[in-house]
Write a protein that binds this ligand. Structure first.
Ligand code: AMP
Ligand code: MG
Length: 418
């Protein structure tokens, strides 16, 4: 399990910016270093543990990029087309039986190794076949239509790097090297629970003053997308001793404890006191909307994150606090979120010095350019504001207003929660 020092999340200022939170996590969290080998079919989404040095060049041998006729560049027609005798035929997967005779051409197909003595290929569409001979035009450059060995990946380079989150194309590269598996960081074990007397689990009876717990399922789904193994601890009542017991019970067997609800400073917000009774806690007042406070702590060396209870605040703070914490614990390279420029189709006013996220739907404007339309209501408790939109517009700390037509930065849900 990760072993962090008690004061690693301490923060001096009154308000923490999103960038300060991300930096603090990246610098204070030490990675879990356990490694396991997985088969290629299981490697997508996992964090690579070591660099992979190309064990062979790609392509492994020089080959033809087209169907056509291979010649030596010494014989290339200079001014006028020229007739060549065709001797030999080499298809993909086989090797030419003899080397090239001077002044001859070899019939060749895409992916076939270049016969000895040849270095240039005429596309079959560009030639005329005349009996057993072929008429080749003038003007082709030496080396045309050939894929040299190693042009894609030279032998020995670090083609995949430790800390990268593997994508299907990375898995393809490992397969192209002939590898059957990859060494990856083991999955993080994350314990998740919700707190609140007002919550009932789906499947349970719901009292009149209760609502079904939705955050826990959102958070577990988000954690699963970034490769975590989850222990679902259900709902813990607003009771300090019960919370403290739950935290203490799970700390040793998990790499991270994640909760939602109860982190404000109200009389019935017991998370702070319960974490303090079994470990260390700091409350981050983050300059982010939707957001409110986020609790960070350490229980027996295991990091703890307490997210707010409002679903939208929980979603947004997950992205900026939990996601970087999971990546840091996994030894993954940080994945900064890069907003894409789109045109605002809304007006908006905001306070200076805090980051705001506006829930929007994308549509095509009259001129075909992408426009972001704001969800009509603002509440941080509205689940429909997440289910009926495509992503978030990020408004930086120094922005105070947005006018229709202005360019703004869009973060798609696909990017935020992958
Ligand atoms: P809290 O952060 O505990 O003060 O909760 C803030 C608001 O979020 C309250 O209206 C809660 O009912 C709601 N809430 C808290 N936890 C959850 C949850 N797990 N699922 C859905 N709503 C929640
Ligand atoms: Mg509560």
């Amino acid at each position: 399990m990760a072993q962090l020092s008690d004061d690693c999340f301490a923060f001096g200022g009154p308000m923490m910016s999103v960038d300060e939170a991300v930096d603090l996590i990246a610098t204070r969290v030490t990675p879990v270093l356990d490694v396991e080998k997985v088969a290629l079919v299981q490697a997508d989404g996992r964090i690579l543990a070591h660099d992979v040095l190309a064990p062979l060049p790609l392509p492994p041998f020089t080959n033809s990029a087209v169907d056509g006729y291979a010649v030596s560049s010494r014989d290339l027609p200079q001014k006028d087309e020229q007739t060549f005798a065709v001797s030999g035929r080499v298809q993909a997967g086989s090797t030419a039986s003899a080397s090239l005779k001077p002044g001859h051409a070899v019939r060749i197909f895409t992916g076939a190794p270049m016969p000895d003595g040849t270095d240039t290929v005429f596309m079959q569409e560009d030639v005329r076949v005349d009996g057993g001979k072929v008429v080749l035009p003038a003007g082709l450059k030496p080396g045309a239509n050939v894929r040299p060995a190693g042009e894609d990946i030279p032998l020995g380079v670090a083609a995949l790097q430790a800390g990268q989150r593997l994508r299907p194309q990375d898995v393809a590269l490992a397969a192209a090297f002939g590898l059957t598996g990859l060494e990856v960081v083991r999955r993080l074990r994350v314990a998740v629970f919700s707190t609140g007397n007002e919550l009932a689990s789906p499947g349970e009876a719901r009292a009149a003053a209760q609502l079904f717990d939705s955050n826990r399922f959102m958070l577990m789904a988000m954690l699963a997308r970034i490769g975590c193994e989850i222990s679902d601890l259900g709902i813990i009542r607003d009771d300090r001793a019960a919370l403290a017991r739950a935290l203490q019970n799970v700390a040793a067997a998990h790499d991270l404890i994640l909760t939602t609800g109860g982190v404000s400073t109200g009389e019935e917000d017991h998370v702070k006191a319960s974490v303090e009774s079994v470990g260390r806690l700091v409350l981050w007042r983050m300059a982010i909307k939707p957001g409110r406070p986020v609790a960070m702590g350490i229980i027996g060396g295991t990091p703890f994150v307490g997210l707010p209870g409002n679903p939208v605040a929980s979603f947004v703070t997950f992205v900026h606090v939990v996601r970087p914490t999971v990546f840091a614990l996994s030894g993954a390279r940080p994945e900064p979120l890069t907003p894409m420029p789109v045109r605002a189709a809304f007006a908006y006013k905001k306070k200076i010095s805090r980051r705001e996220y506006v829930r929007v739907t994308l549509r095509k404007g009259a001129d075909g350019a992408l426009e972001a339309e704001k969800f009509p209501r603002e509440g941080a408790g509205l689940l429909s504001s997440l289910t009926e939109t495509d992503g978030l517009i990020e408004l930086g700390e120094d922005v105070t207003q947005v006018s229709p037509g202005q360019m703004v930065g869009f973060l798609s849900y696909a990017a935020l929660i992958n």
